[in-house]
Design a protein around this ligand. Structure first.
Ligand code: PLI
Length: 469
C-alpha cells in the first residue's frame, strides 16, 4: 500500500510499506467486457451508472454502501442469528455495541439509514420548520422536506470549493448557524451534523467545531442530531489532524464526538461493515418512545426494525471491527493511495482527499460544458466506457429540484465519486482505476454532454435516463 519516504542506507534504497491488516479467504470473480459490449450496456442503462447491471461492471466504485467484505468473525456471527420475532439476542448485542461506541442510550434498529431518517423527520419536524445542516445529503434532505421542513446549508463556504485545502472542510459555519437559530425561534427542531460530509467530498468535522455547535445549540435549546454514517472515518481524521488527539485511539475519539450529540441516524452499510442495516439512536426518552411506536409501522418490531437477527449480529460485530485503529487506517489509507496517484498525474480532484472516496472535479474535465448538460453524469459514463469502472454522479442530477420552484438546484460542486468499498479491492485495482481516469482526462475528443430524457419525481439520480448530445 502506501509507504514511508525512501531512505538511503549506504548504496541501497530501502522503503518500509504497510499493508492491509487482513488476508483474503474467499474471492468473487469479475471480468471486463469489450468496449462494444460496454457501449451497448451504457446505452441500455440510459447513461446512468445506477442502471447498469453489476455483472457489466469491472471495478465497482459506485458506492461504499452495503458493499463491504465481512470478516470471518462476522460470518460466524451470521450463524448465530436468533430469528425470534421479538427480543432476539442479536438485538441486545447490537444495542450494547451502539451504546458503547456511539454513546446514545436508546437504539431503534431500522433496515438502513433512510429508515432512521424517516423516523426522526416524522417525529421531530412540523410543517414550516427549518433544519440546518452541514451540507445536504440526498435521502436526509428528502425526508426533512417530505415532513414539511426546509433545509438550510450552514457548512463553511470553503466546503463548496474543490481546491481549498483545509483539515476540517466539513465544519459548520457557526455564524451561519447562529443566524438560522436566531431568525427562526421555535422552528428549528434539530441541527443535523454530518460526520463526515459525503457531498463535500467525505470531509471531516473537528471536535472543536462539534463542541461549539453543541454549545450554541444548547443555548437555543435545540438538539444536535448526528448523521453518524461515517463517524468512525471522521474520528480517524480528528486523530490525524486535530491537536491533542494523536495519541488517542479512534474508538475513544468516536465516543467523545458522539457525546456532543443528542442522537444519531445511522446507515450501518458504511462504517459498520455490513451489507444491510441501520439505526436511530437518541438520549431523549420521549423521542425514543415515539420512535418505537413508529418503527413498528414502517420497519418492524423495535427489536429488529427490518433486519434479520443474523444481520444485527453481523452489524454488532462490524462496529467492533470498524473502530479498530489498524482497520480504519488501512481503509482511509487506500483512498489516500488512489488520491496520491491522481494528484501526481495532475488530475483535478477535490482536496483534501476525504474518507470514503475520491471526487473528480467534472467542471475541470470539461470546462466548456454548461452544468445543464450534466458534466459529471457525462464523465461517469466516459469512465465506464473506457474501462468498466463504475462511478457515481454527485452534481446537478443528484442535487435534484427545489420542490417549491421546480427549478434545478445548481450545486457549486459538480463531481464524480470513486467510492471505495471496504476491504474489497486491492492496490492493483486502484492502479487500474487511476490509469483509466488519466486516459479519460487526457482524451482530446471531449464529449458534448447529455440531455435528460426521463426524470423521476423523487431522488431522480437513481433512475433518470440520458442521451448523449
Ligand atoms: O443508504 P442508506 O439509506 O443506508 O443511508 C442513507 C445515507 C445517509 N447519510 C449519508 C451521509 C449517506 O451517505 C447515506 C447513504 N449513502 C449512500 C447510499 C452513498 O452511496 O453514499
Amino acid at each position: 500500500m502506501s509507504h514511508e519516504p525512501i531512505q538511503t542506507v549506504g548504496q541501497q534504497y530501502r522503503r518500509r510499506s504497510w499493508a492491509e491488516p487482513y488476508k483474503i479467504k474467499m474471492v468473487e470473480p469479475i471480468r471486463m467486457m469489450s468496449r462494444p459490449e460496454r457501449e451497448a450496456a451504457m446505452r441500455e442503462a440510459g447513461y446512468n451508472t445506477f442502471l447498469l447491471k453489476s455483472e457489466e461492471v469491472y471495478i465497482d466504485l459506485l458506492t461504499d454502501s452495503g458493499t463491504s467484505a465481512m470478516s470471518d468473525w462476522q460470518w460466524a456471527g451470521m450463524m448465530l442469528g436468533d430469528e425470534a420475532y421479538a427480543g432476539s439476542k442479536n438485538f441486545y448485542n447490537l444495542e450494547a455495541a451502539v451504546r458503547k461506541h456511539y454513546t446514545h442510550r436508546h437504539v431503534i434498529p431500522t433496515h438502513q439509514g433512510r429508515g432512521a431518517e424517516h423516523l426522526l423527520s416524522q417525529i421531530m419536524i412540523k410543517p414550516g420548520d427549518v433544519v440546518p445542516g452541514n451540507m445536504y445529503f440526498t435521502t436526509t434532505r428528502f425526508h426533512q422536506e417530505h415532513a414539511g421542513a426546509s433545509f438550510v446549508d450552514v457548512i463553511i463556504d470553503e466546503a463548496h470549493d474543490p481546491a481549498v485545502i483545509l483539515p476540517f472542510k466539513g465544519n459548520v459555519d457557526l455564524a451561519k448557524l447562529e443566524r438560522v437559530l436566531t431568525e427562526n425561534p421555535g422552528k428549528v427542531p434539530y441541527v443535523c451534523l454530518a460526520a463526515t460530509v459525503n457531498m463535500a467530498g467525505g470531509q471531516p468535522v473537528s471536535m472543536a467545531n462539534a463542541r461549539a455547535v453543541k454549545e450554541l445549540c444548547s443555548r437555543h435549546h435545540v438538539p444536535v442530531m448526528c448523521d453518524a454514517t461515517r463517524a468512525v472515518e471522521n474520528a480517524y481524521f480528528i486523530q490525524q489532524r486535530e491537536d491533542g488527539y494523536k495519541d488517542k485511539p479512534v474508538d475513544e475519539i468516536l465516543r467523545e464526538f458522539c457525546s456532543l450529540t443528542d442522537g444519531a441516524t445511522m446507515s450501518g452499510k458504511k462504517d459498520p461493515l455490513v451489507n444491510i442495516g441501520g439505526w436511530l439512536s437518541v438520549n431523549d426518552d420521549k423521542i425514543a418512545e415515539q420512535a418505537r411506536n413508529l418503527v413498528v409501522v414502517y420497519e418492524g418490531l423495535h427489536t429488529y426494525g427490518g433486519m434479520a437477527g443474523r444481520d444485527m449480529e453481523a452489524m454488532a460485530r462490524g462496529i467492533e471491527e470498524a473502530v479498530q485503529d489498524d482497520h480504519i487506517r488501512a481503509r482511509i489509507g487506500q483512498v489516500e493511495y488512489l488520491g496520491e496517484l491522481l494528484q501526481d498525474w495532475g488530475i483535478p480532484i477535490v482536496l483534501p482527499v476525504g474518507g470514503h472516496a475520491i471526487y473528480l472535479d467534472a467542471r475541470r474535465f470539461y470546462p466548456e460544458m454548461p452544468q445543464t448538460s450534466f458534466p459529471a453524469q457525462t464523465l461517469a459514463a466516459e469512465l465506464y466506457l473506457d474501462s468498466g469502472v463504475r462511478a457515481m454522479e454527485r452534481g446537478i442530477v443528484s442535487a435534484g429540484r427545489n420542490q417549491k420552484t421546480g427549478d434545478h438546484y445548481y450545486p457549486k460542486l459538480e463531481m464524480v465519486r470513486l467510492t471505495l468499498p471496504r476491504r474489497v479491492y486491492t492496490q492493483a485495482h486502484m492502479d487500474v482505476v487511476a490509469e483509466s481516469v488519466q486516459a479519460v482526462y487526457q482524451n482530446p475528443n471531449k464529449p458534448a454532454g447529455m440531455k435528460m430524457v426521463y426524470e423521476p419525481e423523487a431522488l431522480r439520480f437513481f433512475q433518470a435516463r440520458f442521451e448523449p448530445l
